[in-house]
Design a protein around this ligand. Structure first.
Ligand SMILES: *Cc1c(COP(=O)(O)O)cnc(C)c1O
Length: 215
């Protein structure tokens, strides 16, 4: 695992955070966010053997990963338009941004048609920011219940507000998950993934700490 010093550094920081939190080693999945990266920057992480990647646009992900698709776990972490449901169900292993009824129905239709279902996370807008996607915390229980009529929901995802401490948002996501019997939490990015691990993240989405030159 020497091809990418940055990957090693992030994995080491995750391991320390797990240990400090009294969590099992390896209980946090690193999702390497490859959006807007050129292959030269992704290559060292790829060559080091990392195989879980996150992308926030369907078309861009298809272009970047088409040739290596069979070898990776690919997660959609950006907002999904209902009219892209077909491509998203066809191409991604995990969709982390389910957040509204229209999208729920579009995904259910595609799963029916394609006979394959992605693993799904409900995105919660913990900061109640109008410009951001995600169900609001007060609507989360009802939406999760609705989504479960069509799908197995694997967990919850959030993106805390850019300013202010993320801890309370991670804690809120954890509470919503716990009361709904969900065990997976996708939370934490380059600036706060160790905090997220402390609050129980089962996957962290890290881009800039792994790759240098976002386009
Ligand atoms: C870009 C992005 C990330 C990665 O952010 P970094 O700060 O570069 O680690 C994580 N999650 C989502 C939803 C993103 O869009």
């Amino acid at each position: 695992m020497s091809a990418s010093p940055k990957l090693n550094a992030v994995l080491t920081r995750i391991a320390h955070a797990e240990k400090a939190a009294g969590r099992a080693a390896g209980s946090t999945t690193l999702v390497a966010v490859s959006k807007l990266q050129v292959w030269e920057d992704i290559a060292p992480v790829w060559e080091a053997g990392h195989r879980v990647y996150g992308e926030n646009r369907v078309q861009e992900a298809m272009t970047r990963w088409r040739d290596r698709r069979a070898d990776i776990e690919l997660r959609l972490i950006g907002p999904l338009q209902s009219n892209k449901a077909r491509e998203a169900v066809g191409f991604f292993d995990v969709i982390e941004t389910l957040d509204r009824e229209k999208l729920l129905h579009a995904l259910a239709d595609e799963v029916q048609k394609q006979g394959k279902a992605p693993r799904l996370y409900v995105q919660v807008n913990t900061g109640e920011e109008p410009q951001k996607a995600g169900v609001w915390p007060k609507d989360a229980d009802a939406f999760i219940a609705l989504a479960r009529k069509a799908f197995t929901i694997e967990g919850l995802m959030c993106i805390p507000p850019a300013d202010g401490p993320p801890g309370p948002h991670f804690a809120l996501l954890g509470r919503i998950a716990a009361r709904n019997g969900l065990e997976r939490l996708s939370m934490g990015m380059s600036g706060d993934f160790e905090t997220a691990v402390r609050f129980g993240a089962t996957s962290v989405r890290v881009g800039s700490a792994l790759f240098s030159h976002r386009l």
